[in-house]
Write a new protein. Structure first.
Length: 139
């Protein structure tokens, strides 16, 4: 079974790191020799797919690691389609949420400005009436 995850640590000088598996959040050891094909090498934050195998020290290790750009098999693409249908994060949803948040903040700021302007106008109007009343009584 193929697993999916993100590289969370990578030590370039020692040529190994860790992948956080998506469904269990477990960290899996990965060596450079397990990667297929990227001449630039892995870096933190890259999305990968991999198989699990028992390593030399008896712990689980990633094998046959592929980068997200290399996902070409039918099962993998159907997995992501199902993931999106189940409410997985999408870029469009994030943009829409950001737009709604900005609109709410602008609307709140506009409402606050109107309330402040009304309060200020009433205060100025009340102050001018009392000045004229004082002037009338003084006269």
């Amino acid at each position: 079974m193929r697993y999916y995850g993100t590289i969370v640590r990578w030590n370039e000088s020692r040529r190994f790191g860790a992948i956080r598996e998506e469904s269990t959040e477990n960290e899996i050891f990965v060596a450079l020799s397990a990667f297929n094909g990227n001449p630039d090498g892995p870096f933190e934050g890259q999305r990968v797919s991999f198989y699990l195998a028992k390593g030399r020290q008896g712990r689980s290790e990633a094998q046959d690691v592929r980068f997200a750009d290399d996902f070409d098999d039918e099962a993998e693409s159907s997995f992501y389609a199902a993931y999106r249908k189940q409410g997985g994060p999408s870029r469009a949803g994030g943009v829409l949420l950001a737009i709604l948040l900005v609109a709410a903040l602008l609307g709140g700021a506009w409402y606050g400005w109107q309330v402040w302007q009304n309060h200020r106008a009433q205060t100025v109007h009340t102050t001018k009436q009392s000045d004229s009343m004082v002037a009338t009584i003084a006269a």
